[in-house]
Design a protein around this ligand. Sequence first.
Ligand SMILES: [Zn+2]
Length: 405
Amino acid sequence: MGSASDAGKVRYTFRLRVSGTTERLLQAEWDRCRWVWNQCVEASNTAHTETITTGVKIECGPAQLDKRLTSWRGEHDWLSNGSSVCQQQTIRDFGRARAKALKDRKDKSLAPRQRRGLPRFKSKHRAAPSLNYTLRGFGIDGKLLNLAGGIVVRPVWSRDLPGAPSSVRISRDVLGRWWCSFVVPRPEVEQLPATGRSIGIDWGVTDVATTTSDDHDLPHPQYGRTAAAKLARYQRMMARRRPAKGAAASRGYKHAKRAAAKQHAHVAAQRADTGCKWAKAVAADFDQIAVEDFRPTFLARSTMARKAADGAIAATKRALIEQAGKHGRQLVLVDPKYTTTDCGNCGVRAKHRLPLSQRTYRCEPCGHVAPRDKNSAHVIRNRAGFNPAGADGIRPDRSPSEQAA
Ligand SMILES: [Zn+2]
């Protein structure tokens, strides 16, 4: 939906209807871009080795690669038959990925696994098609989207574009569905009437969101669990049928992989739908929204339930940030540190961490008793500096928090 590429821009994504012929054209276009990408990897690796052996720095940035592209297109007719727009964009994307890796390498504050690795070869069977067109490579003609090279596709216009797009990405997902994603200027704020109310939101596993308002708690959807069980089944099937290294995947493996991907997409769509409806309601009812700044860790050893919950939280948080921005609401992301040990009433910090099994928060100094997650939601709202509606005049100490974009 609306993942922002930069502050003033958002992405609008639509499903694409693609005929067999068009699909082959897109695939051919992607094959050429993939070839260009792999040539860039090759060139960059060679430059790197030569730099080490000769001691003379060999540049291999977009400028050098752009020149190479011109000569590659001169040498190969099949390459120059493809549109130059997305091939040039491939070079730019490669350059960006390479520059990021080289920058990360110098950044000593990053742990090795936090550093982006150098761009790698894209394999024919693993890399999903992704074509990027800049302004001169596409045009919208009525209901149709015209791409460079005479490719015409039909987006399913599920909503209006808020403005003229500056670029478009065409991609295919693991289920074989095609999508187009336009970068457009952020739409103007549709300011909702002020309500004078504020809310604090705590994320969790049993409930996706526990809030300071009882009417706005969001339980973890049950379909998440049934779907997670199904997904686990397909993943076990995949594990059993996994091909040996270098061997071709069996039909059974491909079948299980597709089933797992389909299940995944189904859950993600349901999650996004629930999250979006909830976020709309919250944005409509509150002027000030304080949200726990949850960042999923996606640990390899976490349980399926934990992973599903993390996914639901991430989707819901994203929807909330989008809705708050859209309707001009003040949203503050609050550092989750100590939100479970602090008292939501008097602000005192308990000496011990509450074990997860203990569902009730009891504050010794002020005698405040509340369900654990409710207490956290209040702590989050207090930390954002929001005045609780109907407050009794007690103002717990507040720390400044990060302001959301
Ligand atoms: Zn207290």
